[in-house]
Design a protein around this ligand. Sequence first.
Ligand code: PFF
Length: 468
Amino acid sequence: MTDNFKYGEETSVENTGEKRANFSGGLGYILAVAGSAVGLGNIWRFPYLAAKYGGGMFLLTYLILTLTFGYAMIMSETTIGRMTKRSAIGAFNYFGNSKILKVGGFINAIVPVLIVPYYSVIGGWVVKYLVEYIKGNVDGLAADGYFGSFIGDTKVVFFWFVIFALATFVVILGGVEQGIERVSKIMMPLLIILAIVVALYSVTRPGAMAGVKYFFVPNFHNFSLMTVVAALGQMFYSLSIAMGILYTYGSYLTKDVDVEISTSRVEMVDTGVAVLAGLMVIPAVFAFSGGDPDKLKAGPSLMFITLPKVFESMGAGRIAGIGFFLLVLLAALTSAISLVETSISTFCDELNLSRNKSVILMAVIMVFVGGSSAAGYGIWDFVLIFKMPILDFLDFLTNSIMMPIAALATCYLVVRVITLEKIDDEISYSSAFKRKKLYNIVMRVFAPIFLIVILVSAILNTLGFISL
Ligand code: PFF
């Protein structure tokens, strides 16, 4: 099939007869992909994982993985998207119709459909916190038990989830260039400025320097297999890899955009915001707790429980809270947009639906799956899957099981089906492929090994054979 493909050909969405949307150029594309990558993963998840799994050691491991493995995965997905002009399922089927390719395409495509509903529930929590800070409820948010009783109130959580989801759909209805690209061009610079301001504020609090040191200086005693497993999982989450997004965005890419440079810039922005988020959260919590490491190990609740207490103790808690949660909201919105866009693009391409019908289908899925996730902490708290509430289970299923399989499928597609030479041809079409050697060895050797390690360790952990 690859031989039929001509570089630079005009593209159309075959099934619907509509012309395929394109990004207007390199910058719009970089901002849109960075908007997808920079999300709750960077600001909510990265700091608590870094705090829990060894500070500087986690950061170092994460950076190495991102520059090797992450780089190769982004390059692969974007390039195949641009080569085939199709979203994940179409892209896999473009090269044949074996079972492996069918499953590979399907699993890449289904991940965002499962992620975005529960992601939007967390987005709703963020909107609620922002509104409370705007109202000046600094003490209320910091009170013991606030978060627990809030997420237990299904009606309230559902309401904020719907507000967040509606905001996402408004942008999606604007389309790729007018909607996604325009919003990213405004939101991303704003987000970066806000991130720098909040991080500067945090590191200049008295006692914060010890936290900065913990976060930046690697201590080799803190290294364990879990550091690698956690960093690898975070890398997938944060870079939006193995969930079809980059296939779809790559398919909107014109042939003149340098894929390698775009990839490096996206990685820089994504990692930069994660580091800034670490600087916002870790030193502030350090200063607040007098360096008590247990406070740092709060896990997912670090942002919703510990941080409001930190803000309350700071004096300028209201402003800090508004700045911080506005930042998180912008990040979460641009990511949710990319997840919904990818799902819609798949429905258009594979189910023969028009864009509008695909939007409606996605909205229905959002209400059911998102509503169940919201209820899982409240009226449906008796529903536990492998001992996890619905939201946690969806997160585990997608991130720890489906995404490694999706990424393995991409490795298989690149190495065994398309071949590294043809990928090289496609990348070299717009620019020299400078890190080709690194790319080839990661795709052939390191990626499959790492992926199997995280997949197996996640399964053994869930079944209770090991404890990570
Ligand atoms: N990469 C984005 C983030 O870090 O929040 C969006 C995202 C995509 C999050 C996929 C989670 C996920 F599983």
